[in-house]
Design a protein around this ligand. Structure first.
Ligand code: SAJ
Length: 447
């Protein structure tokens, strides 16, 4: 059982709550039961807590009540087991907060159309929780947001109830590190950064999470935890932007960027491999850094690396489409009227998630140039995006043979790349999916 150091200096409410958490007699809750929240429900249930899942989506609530799981990483059997043991409840009613000793917030933090942070999910949930906040409670925000969100948005709404943070209730930030589909690093074994509003908040949050998560990484404040998460994902966005720019440089120098990256990656230290591509997709990497650059603008600072990386990454779909145009020109065909097959539309291999997928931009740009665009993706039966919608072609083989040009945008593992190479007239390979065979073939253009 995990004990908490220097418990003598803690206020009574903290000591009482820590005792309940250590004994697993605490009732804990998770607000937001998506790809982050539901694995957290399972982790808390696995640790021995009684867990209340709260979500505005009644379909999720009903599914859980029936012992079903809608998140691939969470087996239905685990949900059913917790439901049958009476240790998992699901509801859309925030009044349940009044029965909780601790709760975690795992709601989306997308961007608005303007590119600014959309904190409406956090604000709405915070206001709903505040109505039922009671003395002796702990709240941990997990949603990725700019440094200061916990202090500037959650704290005032909670303290407006006449409770004092660090004395009557406890507030912390702990960023999610869920990578859907990953089996090696899970919610339970991935180290978890955690930062409190006050030292007592940190101690309570450590006791809360320490029962379920193998390794905690305490930091000095909620802002430090918020910033650590943004550094993690900004690191990726900037390095992907760098390698995309290296691809543009190599194109002008007549060099093979893939050969050069592989050569650089032979360095056993001081280098981390990233690969160029048709752009930056997903619900984290393209978005999280813009929360940081937005926050810095409010303190009159321009986060140049973030803005430059975003400029390069968001331009890559145009670079990819230009490669298609050049490939068609090489055989005397215009883009207009040509049949183009987009291979793989999910934002990364072996997932069905379309969020921010650059393949969607490629399809839109080709459509604007008058191409007759089709797509194939084994995980995505249909795409509705902006002003167009398409269904996955029924036969990959037929589509490959009839396309004037194929563009590989997402390199799902299930594809037989030898077959794609054999059956296509022209290929633009933005992922080096074809490897050396692609490099050697006159009908293949690579980034
Ligand atoms: N991408 C490239 N080149 C690369 C790597 C990625 O173009 O070298 C593209 C991908 O095709 C995709 C986008 O960038 O469109 C994002 O890819 P990603 O590998 O970063 O995958 P994500 O968005 O699922 O990122 C998640 C993140 N996990 C969390 O935030 C908890 C990220 O921190 C992880 O490092 C990443 O998964 C991972 O490693 O799988």
């Amino acid at each position: 059982m995990k004990r908490t150091e220097n418990s003598a200096a803690l206020p009574p409410a903290a000591r009482q709550l820590i005792a309940k958490l250590n004994a697993r007699t605490a009732r804990v809750g998770v607000v937001g039961l998506g790809y982050v929240g539901l694995p957290l429900v399972e982790a808390f249930g696995h640790a021995g807590y009684t867990v209340v899942g709260i979500d505005v989506d009644e379909r999720k609530v009903q599914a859980l009540k029936k012992g079903q799981s809608y998140i691939e990483d969470v087996p239905a059997a685990r949900i059913k087991e917790l439901i049958d043991q009476g240790r998992l409840e699901a509801t859309a009613d925030f009044a349940a907060v009044s029965t909780l000793d601790a709760l975690s917030i795992c709601v989306p933090t997308p961007l608005r159309k303007t590119g600014d942070p959309d904190l409406s999910f956090i604000v709405n949930v915070t206001e709903a929780i505040a109505r039922f906040l009671h003395p002796g409670m702990a709240i941990v925000l997990e949603s990725t947001s700019y440094p200061g969100t916990t202090r500037e948005i959650l704290l005032p709404k909670f303290e407006s109830r006449g409770l004092k943070v660090g004395k009557d209730f406890f507030l912390a930030f702990s960023p999610e590190r869920v990578d859907p589909g990953r089996k090696d690093w899970t919610t339970i074994n991935t180290p978890k950064v955690i930062g409190g509003m006050t030292p007592a908040c940190l101690e309570v949050a450590k006791a809360y999470y320490g029962q379920a998560i193998q390794t905690l990484v305490p930091v000095s404040s909620a802002e430090a935890a918020e910033m650590a998460k943004l550094l993690e994902n900004t690191f990726r966005a900037v390095n992907i932007g760098l390698v995309n720019e290296v691809a543009l440089m190599c194109d002008r120098l007549g060099l093979d960027v893939w050969e050069i990256i592989d050569a650089a990656a032979s360095k056993p230290f001081g280098f981390m491999k990233f690969s160029p591509g048709p752009g930056l997709g997903g619900h984290c990497i393209p978005i999280d850094p813009l929360y940081l650059s937005w926050k810095l603008k409010t303190v009159n600072y321009t986060a140049r690396f973030i803005e430059l990386a975003s400029e390069i990454n968001t331009n890559m779909p145009r670079v990819a489409v230009q490669k298609v145009q050049d490939a068609l020109n090489s055989v005397g065909k215009p883009v207009k009227g040509s049949r183009i097959l987009v291979l793989g539309v999910a934002y990364k291999p072996d997932v069905s998630d379309l969020r921010e997928s650059p393949a969607l931009d490629v399809i839109g740009l080709l459509g604007k140039k008058g191409a007759r665009v089709a797509y194939h993706d084994p995980y995505v039966p249909e795409v509705k995006h902006d002003s167009w919608n398409l269904r996955c072609v029924p036969s990959l083989q037929t589509a490959l043979k009839s396309a004037d040009c194929v563009i590989i945008t997402t390199h799902h593992s299930v594809y037989d790349w030898d077959k794609v190479l054999r059956m296509s007239r022209l290929i633009v390979d933005t992922r080096n999916a074809l490897g050396a065979k692609g490099k050697a073939s006159a009908k293949v253009t690579r980034l």
